[in-house]
Design a protein around this ligand. Structure first.
Ligand code: SF4
Length: 568
């Protein structure tokens, strides 16, 4: 076998994924190194850390292209990382001064008489994560951090069982795996420490968890998928920073999740729906549920005479404290969403991701000083995270998601008591199971193999308020090089046309918010085939999580492909 020569590039610290956790970490590390060197110079003792090369790999076409969140952020971590963030022009859409929580029935709403404490956002900020990340990317470049957008990390590199970097994906491979004229082999990026910030259900983090058994003794991770649009609405419709959270419609009480409406600057509004991926109904389609949400009078009135500006989707890890894997190993650490660091009770992950990045940076700084990149050294990051303010928040709401297993009403009561008492009633771990297990077979859920559209709660899209997936994908700016192998790897296509069809009626066609999976019938032969519209993929990873046979593996497509978010 001929082993292909690859370019090798060496850096000191490599960040995989250019999201908010990685940028916070890189900025903090760069500052720690500068302060240390200044001190050494002033005091004339100790050794300076000269020319430490910090690099960030980002699979999106630009920094921020794949960053998407609600989002209302608690500014605590932003303030700590960049104390003069306002003077430096941080893109804040509005400070939260008004908010409400509503329970929705199909056509009405019941406004909560008070804001439940975990959802109290007074003084927090509505932001667009893609804008914030783009801004942080500029600050990172000013600090001399090297950012490489348009590069997917496809493999972890190991030497003697230790992580030593990553390989980037080859470019110019045709649909059948042949090298095209523009073929360029990926490069090997080697680092003393590799930081994995590859997001919710990160493909490389998934591999690391398995290889190093990082989830041993922990709960399996659970996720929600958030589907969201940004609209421009007539002037005065909603104040920037105004926040509405909803429960109830369109979700049944057995389904975890809820809606959000956040007022942004320039008469824009962010509207979205979170759907827990531990849902049971095989006919749930999170994109369609979101379209129903927009049809509710509360949302429809707000959007009336407005126009859609952008669309996107992402998953978020909600398993909580007991589902956080070990975050360190020889040669690397995991940060942000990739590590399952999200506080589902507060619907917040941005300040947690930032703080995890900063704490990782402190550990990395000490590792650089001691030239020790072992698991033993790096595990101080796990400890400092759990002892930090965000560790405390995670611990306090440690069983939040698990309390929803018995439905919304039971959960509201149990989680409310838990919050008031700081998690003291259910102290120990409530068990959970992976999301794909909860999906029921069509016959078991509906009592028939042929549920009606009414039973399935299907709606028609009007093209004005409600859109089909293709139309929505257009507003995400998503593109991929068409002439490449599909990046959704289905282990055994036969299962799709046999067991999956009979038992679940191919739920991939519904749970994917971008219409990537389409089952077509060949007109001539009458045979079914899977048409993968991979070019639509929003990189949300829902398919990798929810497929009932666990046979879909999401791998990174050629770098630069995917959504092009600017306001999400
Ligand atoms: Fe999300 Fe998978 Fe669909 Fe891509 S193919 S948009 S990752 S569900």
């Amino acid at each position: 076998m001929v082993v292909e020569e690859r370019e090798v590039m060496e850096v000191d610290v490599l960040f995989v994924g250019g999201g908010v956790a990685s940028l916070s970490s890189a900025l903090h590390l760069s500052r720690l190194i500068k302060e240390h060197n200044k001190k050494v110079e002033q005091e004339g003792k100790g050794e300076s850390l000269d020319e430490v090369m910090i690099a960030i790999l980002e699979k999106g076409a630009y920094v921020g292209a794949h960053s998407i969140s609600g989002a209302v952020i608690d500014p605590v971590s932003l303030r700590e990382l960049i104390p003069d963030y306002q003077e430096r022009g941080a893109p804040i859409e509005g400070e939260v001064k008004g908010e409400e929580v509503c329970f929705l029935t199909e056509t009405g709403k019941i406004k909560a008489p008070f804001i439940p404490p975990p959802l109290n956002n007074h003084g927090n900020y509505v932001i667009s994560l893609s804008k914030l990340v783009e801004w942080m990317g500029e600050l990172a470049e000013e600090m001399g951090i090297d950012i490489f957008p348009g590069f997917s990390a496809t493999e972890v590199l190991y030497e003697d069982g230790k992580v030593v970097g990553v390989r980037t994906g080859d470019k110019g491979i045709g649909p059948d795996g042949e090298k095209k004229a523009n073929y360029e082999p990926g490069i090997d990026l080697k680092a003393k420490i590799t930081v994995f910030g590859d997001g919710s259900r990160g493909n490389l983090t998934k591999e690391l968890i398995k290889r190093f058994n990082l989830d041993s003794g922990r709960n399996p991770q659970n996720y929600v998928v958030g589907v969201k649009e940004v609209w421009e609405v007539p002037e005065g419709r909603i104040e920037p920073g105004y926040v509405i959270h909803t429960m109830g419609y369109p979700h049944k009480s057995e389904t975890y999740g809820g809606g959000f409406i956040y007022g942004m600057k320039d008469n824009h509004v962010s509207v979205g729906l979170l759907t827990g991926l531990d849902y049971k109904d095989p006919y749930i389609d999170p994109h369609m549920e979101f379209q129903k949400f927009k049809s509710h009078p509360l949302v429809a009135e707000l959007l009336k005479d407005g126009k859609i500006v952008q669309y996107g989707a992402k998953t978020v890890p909600v398993g909580g404290y007991f589902a956080i894997p070990k975050l360190s190993f020889d040669g690397g650490v995991i940060i942000g969403d990739a590590g399952g660091l999200f506080i589902s009770q507060k619907i917040k992950g941005v300040h947690v991701a930032m703080k995890s990045g900063m704490l990782a940076a402190e550990t990395i700084f000490n590792a650089l000083i001691k030239s020790d990149f072992s698991e033993n050294m790096l595990s101080s990051y796990d400890r400092s995270l759990l002892e930090s303010s965000v560790g405390e928040e995670l611990y306090k709401s440690r069983n939040f998601h698990q309390t929803f297993k018995k439905g919304l009403w039971s959960a509201l009561i149990r989680s409310g008591i838990q919050y008031v008492l700081g998690g003291k009633i259910i102290k120990s771990r409530l068990e959970s199971e992976p999301d794909y297990i909860s999906l029921k077979k069509v016959k078991d859920y509906y009592g028939t193999d042929n549920p009606t559209d009414e039973q399935k709660r299907v709606i028609k899209f009007d093209g004005k308020f409600t859109f089909d997936k293709e139309t929505d994908v257009y507003y995400s700016g998503t593109t991929h090089e068409e002439q490449q192998p599909p990046h959704l790897k289905i282990a055994d296509l036969n299962i799709c046309f046999t067991k999956c069809k009979e038992e679940y009626q191919n739920p991939c066609q519904r749970f994917c918010p971008a219409n990537v999976y389409e089952i077509e019938v060949d007109e001539d032969t009458g045979e079914e085939r899977m048409k993968l519209n991979f070019s639509n993929c929003l990189h949300c990873k829902t398919c990798d999580i929810k497929d009932p046979y666990e046979q879909i593996n999401w791998v990174p497509p050629e770098g630069g492909g995917g959504p092009k978010y600017t306001r999400m």
